[in-house]
Ligand binder design. Structure first.
Ligand SMILES: Cc1ncc(COP(=O)(O)O)c(C=O)c1O
Length: 501
């Protein structure tokens, strides 16, 4: 299930203390050279006073541009090359790339690098909307297969080995397998079985590991995608560990992927003015994880475990744990990232959105995500015991106020997401087709030209090229009523883009 030890990290701990990019940036800032180049604020001298007063002056002195001293992201030969090489060693990759447009850009780059126009890609349907953007850009054809939804917990699982094997066998023309693991709730696919099978059948395996940049660094966490043998994976360093928002990494194994192509593609999908602050945060986050990640994660895991145990003692609440994932219900899942707390609140007669709002407005606690039945809490290396204590106490009060065992949950009959819709044209064809906006109510039977998601988690309820079903419209309407944010409809949430016929 989980790895025996973190000691299989092939890296030199002393070397991992180095932060070549950050050091070069500090050196350049301290040299106080006269700047006649971008950015226009010139080390903060031209920045708004209010901004400088709030954040302090130093940050602006390292908001740099591509200069000899600090290297170039798109043609790295100096400190960025060294920083990326250190990241590759820490993560066990043949090559690692710094990303400044999040895992969104990384997902697009993986698909563009691994697929030619017309290639068939087998995609687990719990994919983020950026994967569809990658398909639109590349012209690759998706073959979707869906993870099941657990009816009892009303939570979307990950894909199983059996489901994946069946899909691989049914679609032998697919050249690439795209998986998302862990999912938003920390539920991992069984990559250690899936990846070898996919490779045996000749597929290249791409993994959206947005929620897993920490996995490699603690033996109690699920195996990472690279450890399971994936060819490419992208991680949102900013979501879980010390990267600044937007900072992600793409890791590559060279055996099945053309790294020259990947490098070229990254030049297309990323800005020519990458933020050095974001890149420095990647350099430092890697150093921190490689040198003290296990100790820091020990604490996060302990805090999450204690909170989970205490929440599970509160009547009306349930917090998903490893025993559930490895029990009969979830027996084909790979593992659970125990730092994610998925708390089922439906027995309080409240939706996750309502509990999230109460936590925010009454207790000043903000959670990562809510859905009709759950709230999702990310516990990370930044959390303190007191933060978790406040959360548990707030939940205890909310549960006490709302628990009414006599009343059946008003949410028991809420619709679950349905993702298996018939596709009649490819996402790219639908995206570039003649389109019109029509009322959602009149859209059943039409072909969607939009990526429509409930956000978060951002999994497409409708993909471009798919027939709009009554079920999908009903689900979107219900989610809107419950307070979810829906992306991909018009501003009033009542019109949808479809292909004009
Ligand atoms: C599974 C998954 N993939 C990709 C993304 C996009 O990542 P980023 O925000 O780093 O672009 C997200 C964002 O929520 C996600 O949950």
């Amino acid at each position: 299930m989980c790895r025996a030890a973190a000691s299989n990290i092939v890296m030199d701990p002393d070397e991992q203390l180095r932060t070549p990019l950050f050091d070069a940036m500090v050196g350049l800032a301290e040299s106080r050279k006269v700047s006649f180049h971008t950015p226009g604020h010139k080390s903060g001298k031209g920045i708004s006073t209010r901004f400088r007063k709030f954040v302090g002056p130093k940050i602006f002195s390292i908001d740099l541009t591509t200069l000899d001293e600090v290297d170039s992201l798109h043609k790295p030969r100096g400190v960025i090359k060294e920083a990326q090489e250190l990241a590759a060693k820490a993560y066990g990759a043949d090559r690692s790339y710094f990303l400044v447009n999040g895992t969104t850009g990384g997902n697009q780059a993986m698909i563009l690098a691994a697929c030619n126009p017309g290639d068939q890609v087998l995609i687990a349907r719990n994919a983020h909307k950026s994967v569809l953007a990658g398909l639109i850009l590349s012209g690759a054809h998706p073959v979707f297969y869906s993870p099941q939804v657990d009816e009892r917990l009303q939570i979307m699982l990950n894909v199983t080995f059996d489901e994946t094997k069946a899909a691989i066998d049914a679609y032998p023309e697919c050249k690439v397998l795209f998986l998302t693991s862990p999912n938003y709730y920390g539920i991992c696919a069984d990559l250690e079985r899936i990846v070898p099978y996919a490779h045996e059948k000749g597929l290249v395996v791409l993994v959206d590991e947005a929620h897993g940049p920490h996995l490699k660094f603690h033996p109690e966490l699920p195996a990472s995608a690279l450890e399971a043998g994936a060819d490419l994976c992208v991680q949102s360093t900013h979501k879980i560990i010390g990267g600044m928002t937007q900072a992600s990494m793409l890791h590559a194994k060279a055996t099945r992927v053309n790294l020259t192509m990947l490098t070229n593609v990254l030049r297309f999908v990323q800005t020519t003015s990458p933020s050095y602050i974001l890149m420095a945060s990647l350099d430092l986050a890697r150093m921190q994880m490689a040198t003290e990640g296990e100790k820091l994660l020990d604490k996060a895991i302990r805090l999450a475990k204690e909170a989970r145990a205490r929440i599970n003692k509160i009547p009306g609440l349930f917090c998903l744990g490893r025993e559930t994932v490895t029990g009969t219900l979830f027996s084909q899942m790979g593992d659970l990232d125990v730092t994610k707390l998925t708390i089922t609140v439906k027995d309080l007669g409240l939706s996750g959105y309502q509990v999230s709002q109460i936590l925010n407005t009454r207790y000043n606690i903000q959670v990562e995500m809510a859905d009709p039945f759950h709230i999702l809490v990310i516990v990370s290396i930044g959390d303190r015991q007191d933060d978790l204590r406040r959360l548990v106490e707030a939940l205890r009060e909310i549960a006490k106020e709302h628990a009414s065992p006599a009343a059946p949950s008003a949410l028991a009959s809420e619709p679950l997401p349905v993702f298996a819709h018939e596709a009649v044209i490819t996402p790219r064809e639908a995206f570039f087709a003649d389109q019109e906006y029509i009322p959602l109510d009149q859209s059943v039977g039409k072909v969607s030209s939009e990526i429509v998601t409930v956000y978060p988690p951002g999994i497409p309820v409708l993909a471009p090229g798919e027939i709009v079903t009554g079920e999908a419209v009903g689900y979107l309407r219900r989610m809107l009523t419950l307070g979810a944010t829906v992306d991909g409809l018009d501003e009033t949430n009542s019109w949808i883009g479809v292909v004009r016929r």
